[in-house]
Design a binder for this molecule. Structure first.
Ligand code: ADP
Length: 162
């Protein structure tokens, strides 16, 4: 069974992420969306909120599940019996970081392969940070994120003083 792990912060999940998941789910027997604790980023949504939003956004997929992890991605991948890490590439600006991570992961765990998928043109500009910025100032994020995420963003910013 070919299993791929799609790791990320998903703070929150966007339609760009969902497009990658849909395409990966058509290639692999199973895809595990793995929410990471990224110490370098302070998240808007808690880990449990992110997992819940992803779970609901994935309701129509029967070979995709969501999980959370701490520690090294390659350790999580191996523990799941998976062989592949999926990452999305938007612009050339993604490349440096992704290249460094892919090479490092290969050194740490040679059995795990990183597979890159190009972002769909419609979403190539889209990031979770941009979505949060738009929502924070009351802008419309419809079409960029699942409806439930749009709702949660409005709730979050309505209840915050920032
Ligand atoms: P991380 O903190 O690990 O970068 P993100 O949630 O920002 O977590 O992104 C997870 C993965 O999804 C990364 O590989 C990123 O490049 C990719 N990604 C993010 N936004 C998009 C998008 N709009 N289209 C395609 N891939 C994307």
């Amino acid at each position: 069974m070919k299993i791929a792990v799609y790791p990320g912060s998903f703070d929150p999940i966007t339609n760009g992420h969902l497009d990658i998941i849909e395409r990966a789910a058509a290639i692999f027997d199973q895809v595990i969306v793995a929410v990471s604790v990224n110490a370098a980023k302070s998240p808007l949504f808690s880990m449990d909120e992110r997992v819940e939003l992803i779970g609901k956004a994935l309701a129509s997929f029967n070979n995709v599940k969501v999980d959370k992890f701490t520690g090294l991605t390659v350790d999580f991948v191996t523990a799941q019996g998976a062989q592949v890490i999926i990452r999305g590439l938007r612009a050339i600006s993604d490349f440096d970081n992704e290249f460094q991570m892919a090479v490092t992961n290969k050194k740490v765990q040679p059995n795990v392969e990183t597979l890159f998928m190009m972002a769909k043109t419609d979403y190539s500009f889209l990031s979770s940070s941009l979505i949060k910025e738009i929502a924070k100032y009351g802008g419309c994020v419809k079409g960029f994120v699942p409806d439930l995420v749009e709702l949660k963003l409005h709730e979050k910013f309505a209840n915050s003083s920032t």
